[in-house]
Design a protein around this ligand. Structure first.
Ligand SMILES: NC(=O)c1ccc[n+]([C@@H]2O[C@H](COP(=O)([O-])OP(=O)(O)OC[C@H]3O[C@@H](n4cnc5c(N)ncnc54)[C@H](OP(=O)(O)O)[C@@H]3O)[C@@H](O)[C@H]2O)c1
Length: 259
């Protein structure tokens, strides 16, 4: 029996990872701020699969939260075999106008907490000669994103960090993968202020395929998985696009609103 720690398990992709891993026989440690949602999910998965789920509510924008979460996990006598670093949010708008603390919170959860949790579970994984870390990045990682600058930069960090870590821990039998979804129907767009964007109104896909792609990449130790054929073509083509053009296209997509 293995145990998976899933951050951001109260909605969207994180909830999907919980469902898929429970169906596969894992026990779960579920975290997010909305404990009521986690409790309901845990009860459902216990009924369906006999899954043991441990709920630890945390606000991962707080600098001390990852260490507290890890301490609570240790105190409960649990071992993290798989870490799904999924919790995150984005904000759409000009850097000069968006709330500064909310923008810094994007870095705290998308980058700081993700690194802190990976760092905390790695020594145990190295000692056990195995384990897996799936970091949820985004197709936003592949170019700068004017009008969503901090979010795009945070995901570029996640992608770079994940690829580097993948190389560092390969020799220990530890799998590290960065999952790069494109627009996906979850609560993300609502929180980010993106529901009126053609990217979401026309192109968003369901979370199930993204979850499947992420877990398959982790199993195969594929360093980077871009979910969706069209997303892969677009992300890969950026390598052959002049940087000025790539950032202008990204900016115009961020500015575009449903007509
Ligand atoms: N949906 C997309 O289009 C898309 C595309 C590319 C990448 N992604 C990435 O996919 C990941 C999952 O997002 P999603 O699409 O599933 O969005 P979602 O439906 O909004 O879910 C986000 C999850 O993160 C948790 N979270 C948010 N703020 C938190 C905080 N301060 N502390 C602890 N947990 C927090 C939320 O739980 P609580 O609110 O209960 O705390 C929720 O469980 C994110 O990293 C996102 O950047 C999403």
């Amino acid at each position: 029996m293995t145990t998976a720690l899933i951050t951001g398990a109260s909605a969207g992709l994180g909830e999907g990872f919980a469902r898929a891993l429970a169906a596969d026989g894992s026990d779960l440690i579920l975290t997010a701020r909305r404990a009521d949602r986690l409790e309901a999910l845990a009860a459902e998965l216990r009924g369906k699969h006999g899954t043991a789920s441990h709920i630890i509510a945390a606000d991962l924008t707080e600098p001390a939260a990852p260490a507290r979460l890890i301490a609570d996990i240790a105190a409960a006598g649990l071992t993290v075999d798989t870490l799904i670093n999924n919790a995150g949010y984005g904000l759409r708008g000009p850097v000069a106008a968006l709330d500064p603390d909310a923008q810094l919170g994007v870095i705290d959860i998308n980058c700081r907490a993700l690194v802190a949790l990976a760092r905390a579970v790695l020594p145990g994984m190295i000692a056990r000669k195995g384990g897996g870390i799936l970091n949820v990045a985004s197709t936003a990682a592949f170019q700068p994103g004017p009008w969503m600058a901090v979010y795009y930069a945070s995901k570029a960090f996640v992608l770079s960090f994940s690829e580097a870590l993948h190389e560092e821990v390969r020799e220990h039998g530890i799998h590290v993968a960065a999952l790069c979804p494109g627009p996906t129907n979850t609560e993300f767009a609502g929180r980010a202020g993106m529901t009126d964007m053609p990217l979401f109104t026309k192109l968003a896909s369901g979370p199930e395929a993204v979850v499947r792609d992420g877990l398959a990449a982790l199993k195969a130790n594929q360093a980077v998985k871009i979910s969706g054929a069209m997303n892969a073509v677009m992300a890969e083509s950026i390598r052959f696009t002049p940087r000025a053009l790539a950032r202008r296209i990204a900016g115009s997509l961020q500015k575009a609103r449903k007509g």
